[in-house]
Write a protein that binds this ligand. Structure first.
Ligand SMILES: C[S@@+](CC[C@H](N)C(=O)[O-])C[C@H]1O[C@@H](n2cnc3c(N)ncnc32)[C@H](O)[C@@H]1O
Length: 286
């Protein structure tokens, strides 16, 4: 058996540059020089996984061994992505669904008879965002016959998608969720003396999961969406990448479909295919 190595390997500038270029090419995420220590600490676990002495060996394998590269790329990306999220994060967007968007669709359905909604949550992380959408929709449409609401939750990171699919959250993650909603849509579980909440089948069955890289448009979402959530990820991409992604969203939306981005993100000067409605909510112009 090989010797167990426990020390932290340090990353050299040229090793960081190689990984930075690779991550940028594969995910669009731009790692500024000050992210070097973050990359070093997040990837040390991969080095330990292979019992490698340092980044030199890791990068050598990435460069020379195609099957290693193909297997490792997903794990490498999973370690680098930033997955911060919360239930009801930027709550005004869920209020918009409840107070404006769903009533609008309900009103339109009286004319066009359409009672089907497809929402694509395109950077879903560990699931708090798609579950918040599912709960908001369920609260609005339950008891209104004939409505079908489907949410496609995607992310580039397969680890977070697995967490989302499982729908099991530590008690503290549920802090932004009102008690009434918590009791209605989650069941309490004690695992190893810790309190968890498990999403119930009603909201779970509304969500489908798929790995989708926002760099690879046209996006494989099947039927076009009525509404796309893409919050707090556009900020990691440079302008040309953002432009391409917004173009892909426009093609993935039905006519006059909606797009919601994060509070610190903007489409200003990047795409003119959308009308700005306020609160980082946009509508496709045609
Ligand atoms: C900061 S989280 C935001 C999660 C959620 N949208 C929210 O606002 O709470 C950003 C997510 O974008 C994902 N991501 C990063 N690059 C991506 C790409 N090229 N394609 C798809 N998802 C990506 C990350 O894996 C991460 O889960």
């Amino acid at each position: 058996m090989a010797e167990f190595r426990s020390s932290i390997a340090t990353i050299q500038d040229e090793e960081f540059d190689f990984l930075k270029d690779l991550i940028y090419k594969k995910t669009g995420i731009f790692l500024a020089p000050h992210k070097k220590i973050m990359v070093q600490s997040r990837l040390n676990i991969r080095l330990r996984h292979y019992n490698l002495a340092g980044f030199k060996e890791y990068i050598h394998l990435l460069k020379t061994d195609k099957s290693f590269f193909d297997n490792e790329l997903t794990e490498l990306i999973n370690r680098i992505t930033t997955n911060k999220t919360d239930f009801y994060r930027e709550n005004h967007h869920f209020e918009f669904l409840r107070d404006t968007y769903f009533p609008m669709l309900e009103e339109e359905s009286k004319q066009n008879g359409i009672k089907k909604i497809k929402i694509w949550c395109s950077a879903a992380s560990t699931g708090e965002e798609p579950y918040s959408i599912a709960i908001t929709a369920q609260e609005y449409f339950a008891g209104k016959p004939g409505w079908s609401i489907k949410i496609l939750a995607s992310d580039i990171d397969t680890n977070v998608l697995n967490t989302a699919k499982e729908g099991l959250y530590k008690e503290e993650r549920l802090a932004p969720v009102p008690d009434r909603i918590k009791t209605k849509y989650f069941s309490k579980q004690i695992i190893n003396n810790q309190v968890f909440y498990q999403a119930n089948p009603i909201i779970k069955s509304m969500i489908e999961y798929k790995k989708i890289n926002l760099l690879e448009s046209p996006f494989p979402i099947g039927e076009k969406a009525d509404l796309i959530f893409c919050r707090n990820v556009i900020i990691y991409f440079d302008k040309p990448t953002q432009k391409k992604i917004f173009q892909g969203f426009e093609e993935s939306l039905k006519p006059f479909g909606f797009l919601i981005i994060g509070h610190s993100e903007t489409m200003f000067g990047i795409s003119d295919k959308f009308k700005f409605l306020g609160h980082t909510i946009y509508q496709k112009k045609s």
